[in-house]
Design a protein around this ligand. Structure first.
Ligand SMILES: Nc1ncnc2c1ncn2[C@@H]1O[C@H](COP(=O)(O)OP(=O)(O)O)[C@@H](O)[C@H]1O
Ligand SMILES: [Mg+2]
Length: 219
């Protein structure tokens, strides 16, 4: 099969995952000679100024952060065919959600270890004035050695910044939101506790106390 070469630099080899806003491909950076993850804004949003602006902000927010538990951002751009893309560090171990769906709940020590890593990442982001606002198992990647890396700063917001649309629309994923985000209030440093709490409940054998009947299947 012929590889698609983006901007004469990134050779795309396969799909890694999809989200609401983008598709993410495994690619090879021919200039620096390394594998990368290439996040491409879905075609239907390429003509939508708000989505393009959100995508630009995502790259900028993520690029401000340098932390062992945050996926590194390398580049962003637009291809010859008009697609917007972000180039990131490739994380090979899949998402935390995939891990739990495949292997069942984590043991408590492991869940606590991941919760601490995620909280460390969010704390570092807050220190740089970036609030993630969509931390969930689909947006936590695992490295080959099992460490967590937070990704998808798609709806992240600078602490000082107003909402992009200027409306009161609440973006994020309800099951994992901090109460203040769900209520449309300012999301501050305390929101770090929410993903730590879901990690230590939803990912551990006890399940989630607030929704005891809904668990991910064990395979
Ligand atoms: N750096 C990466 N390395 C490996 N896989 C990734 C990477 N970034 C994203 N993915 C995969 O792509 C999926 C969607 O990426 P994400 O950034 O969350 O997109 P969206 O903003 O559309 O939700 C993730 O859930 C994951 O499976
Ligand atoms: Mg996502």
């Amino acid at each position: 099969m012929q590889q698609k070469l983006l901007n004469r630099r990134y050779g795309i080899s396969g799909l890694l995952g999809t989200g609401g806003m983008a598709k993410v491909y495994l690619a090879h950076d021919d200039v620096l000679g390394r594998d990368v993850a290439l996040k491409v804004l879905r075609e239907q949003y390429a003509e939508n100024e708000e989505f393009v602006e959100r995508f630009r902000r995502e790259a900028q927010a993520a690029a401000r952060l340098s932390h062992p538990n945050i996926v590194a951002t390398y580049d962003r751009g637009r291809s010859e065919d008009g697609s917007y893309y972000i180039v990131m560090e490739y994380v090979s171990g899949g998402t935390l959600k995939d891990r739990i769906v495949r292997g069942g709940p984590l043991d408590p020590d492991r869940a606590a270890e991941l919760a601490a890593q995620i909280a460390g990442a969010l704390g570092a982001a807050h220190d740089r004035g970036v609030i993630h606002r969509d931390v969930k198992p689909q947006n936590v990647l695992l490295t080959h050695s099992g460490d967590a890396k937070v990704t998808d700063f798609g709806i992240a917001r600078a602490a000082s910044e107003a909402s992009l649309s200027g409306t009161s629309v609440i973006l994020g994923t309800v099951s994992y939101m901090s109460p203040e985000q769900a209520m449309g209030r300012t999301v501050g440093r305390r929101a770090i506790c929410t993903p730590s709490a879901w990690c230590s409940t939803r990912c551990s054998p006890a399940g989630c106390p607030s929704r005891p009947r809904r668990r991910w299947p064990s395979r």
